[in-house]
Design a binder for this molecule. Structure first.
Ligand code: HEC
Length: 116
């Protein structure tokens, strides 16, 4: 019994080391940044304020991620996931982005655009 527990603990430590939060997050945000530049920046702008060169064509305008109100809507993360995977209004869906890709983009958006 004790041996089993030890083995289990060892496996858990191993798993924790592997998914080590710090490094995983850094990689994710970095990945999120390049995905954002590639897929979102045209409309939502490099600075996230929704005034990218592609924004002119749209009414309503692309969301402004630097606006506190954007982050105050309930379940913001879930809304972003839905918008990106299914599209919303004038915004097309991005079926090629995996759930992990979208989480990376959200992480990047929070770190870079969300008002502190
Ligand atoms: C071609 C232009 C364009 C691109 C590219 C684009 N968006 Fe949008 N986005 C829009 C427009 C326009 C809206 C406003 C849609 C509406 O409210 O009808 C919007 C709205 C949003 C919203 C707010 C939805 C809500 O709940 O009101 C989010 C979140 C969002 N975009 C995220 C993204 C992310 C993340 C990417 C990149 C993966 C992206 N967008 C790429 C044009 C774009």
């Amino acid at each position: 019994m004790f041996r089993t527990l030890l083995a289990l603990a060892a496996v858990l430590c191993f798993a924790a080391a592997f998914t080590g939060l710090g490094s995983a997050q850094a990689t994710n945000a970095e990945n999120g940044k390049s995905l954002y530049i590639k897929n979102c920046q045209l409309c939502h702008a490099a600075g996230g304020n929704g005034k990218g060169p592609g924004a002119i064509a749209f009414t309503p305008k692309p969301a402004d991620f630097t606006n506190e109100k954007f982050w105050q809507t309930p379940n913001t993360d879930q809304q972003i996931v839905e918008t990106v995977s299914k599209g919303k209004g004038q915004m097309q869906a991005f079926p090629d982005l995996s759930p992990d890709d979208i989480q990376s983009i959200i992480l990047y958006m929070k770190q870079t655009f969300k008002p502190k």
